[in-house]
Design a protein around this ligand. Structure first.
Ligand SMILES: *Cc1c(COP(=O)(O)O)cnc(C)c1O
Length: 445
């Protein structure tokens, strides 16, 4: 669809002109139900025509403040001009040759940038693929090839994707219902969830390690994969010291420690990678979502000796490391390096924390407020308990949508509202959104 002739006024508040979804969206939705597979859901079937900065505008002319950024993808804002220019320039030069047939320099440059910015000053290598799940798949392949071991451990409340292997790694069974059989040798072990388990990082790590040693056995374990802050699981921030203890245990036992930074990475938490906030130097770091500001790209970056374990031909794929996606990613790296995005992420985090703490003091449904930088959430519990309040999160998101605010839910119990705003979101815009959420919570009583 073409860009509307009269661009919306981007400075002011959300603008809801029709019922949500509006009539044009509803008409498209009817066609969609006859042609698009039912298994592809849409949380809010408003059909988007145009996006800029923190705003998305639908086909009915409703403009929403997007506090989800397509699940943490357009971190530096929708339609970042530098990224668009880089992608257009690359489109005109060459769109595809396949790196494993005839390579191009951009791939090498992005590998250099990732080697520079991922934690640790050891020698590193990268491989690029198309999606987060594919990055997880490749990390597992590489770890198995390197260690010669088969088992892989993931944490409770983890989410790693929708391919067959990653379905076996997810906490939430609903992602995989009816899609088995699933890959063998995948294990899930307890995580650190301070709000629910009340454990210190050290206690939670001891519990996780006991499971690893007793239920899997070190000699069979190729890799442990962890999201530094769990994304779909509900922005679960582990207790201090938990992740470093796991990493230390992995290093001591020859287990590859994989940080899934697909949702947390690239400026989101106010540093290049959330691992830095936890003092982690992972063996492998996974990137996707925000890396190319919306173009499909994902990467596995890590220790040279591990990454180089597969023989030539062992890694790759037709579209992996597409030149246009790579050019966009290089522009994202330039933006993050030269802009003040990290400070903006921290500003946003501070504003969210301030408001959410205030809301929690007035609305007993809010049991916990947590996050880092522009990755914040609140968990809804039955008042006075830490038992999940069912239905409240989706009710708040629905209320917000009617008022022009796009919110995402999360959590294994779907009782978390998470914020993944673009780093271009202003304090005023956050204030407007928080007022809507305040009213939604009041409505819920
Ligand atoms: C989204 C996500 C994935 C899967 O990425 P896709 O690009 O959807 O395959 C994996 N891990 C985490 C932490 C994610 O947030």
């Amino acid at each position: 669809m073409s860009i509307p002739v009269a661009l919306p006024d981007l400075s002011s508040a959300p603008s809801v002109r029709t019922e949500i979804p509006g009539p044009i969206s509803r008409a498209i939705h009817e066609r969609r139900m006859r042609t698009v597979a039912r298994g592809v859901g849409s949380v809010l079937p408003v059909y988007i025509e145009y996006a800029d900065g923190p705003w998305v505008t639908d086909v009915d002319g409703n403009r929403f403040l997007d506090l989800g950024s397509g699940i943490g993808v357009t971190t530096i804002g929708h339609g970042n001009p530098a990224v668009t220019a880089a992608a257009v320039e690359q489109l005109e030069l060459v769109t595809h040759t396949l790196f494993t047939v005839t390579p191009y320099e951009g791939y090498v440059r992005l590998a250099e940038r990732l080697a520079e910015k991922t934690p640790g000053d050891h020698e590193k290598r990268s491989v690029f693929v198309n999606s987060g799940a594919e990055a997880v798949e490749n990390a597992v392949k590489i770890a198995r090839r390197y260690t010669g071991r088969r088992a892989v451990a993931a944490l409770d409340h983890a989410f790693h994707g929708r391919t067959n292997l990653t379905l076996a790694m997810n906490h939430k069974a609903a992602y995989g219902t009816g899609f088995g059989p699933f890959a063998p040798d995948i294990h899930r072990v307890p995580n650190s969830y301070p709000y629910r388990d009340g454990l210190t990082g050290e206690q939670a790590a001891q519990r996780t390690i006991a499971h690893l040693e007793q239920r899997i056995g070190v000699t069979d374990l190729a890799a442990l994969i962890a999201e530094p802050i769990q994304g779909e699981g509900g922005f679960v921030v582990p207790a201090e010291g938990y992740l470093p203890a796991l990493q230390e245990w992995c290093t001591r036992n020859g287990v590859v420690f994989i940080a899934d930074e697909i949702q947390t990475g690239l400026g989101r938490t106010g540093t290049w990678f959330a691992s830095e906030r936890f003092g982690l130097v992972p063996d492998l770091v996974l990137t996707a979502k925000g890396i190319a500001a919306g173009l499909p790209l994902a990467g596995v970056t890590g220790r040279a000796e591990i990454m180089d374990a597969p023989d030539p031909g062992g890694l790759g794929g037709t579209f992996g490391g597409n030149p246009v996606s790579i050019a966009s990613a290089l522009a994202v790296f330039d933006e993050l390096e030269h802009g003040d995005h990290f400070a903006e992420a921290l500003r946003i985090g501070g504003r969210l924390q301030h408001h959410l703490t205030d809301l929690a003091s007035r609305h007993p449904l809010i049991g916990d407020v947590r996050g880092m930088g522009a990755m914040y959430a609140f968990e809804l519990s039955e008042p006075g308990t830490s038992l999940p309040a069912s239905g409240a999160a989706s009710a708040i998101a629905a209320f917000a949508a009617q008022h022009g605010i796009l919110l995402l839910t999360a959590g294994s119990d779907s009782n978390v509202i998470r914020f993944l705003p673009t780093l271009t979101t202003t304090d005023d815009q956050i204030d407007i959104a928080m007022d809507v959420i305040d009213r939604a919570l009041t409505t819920l009583g």
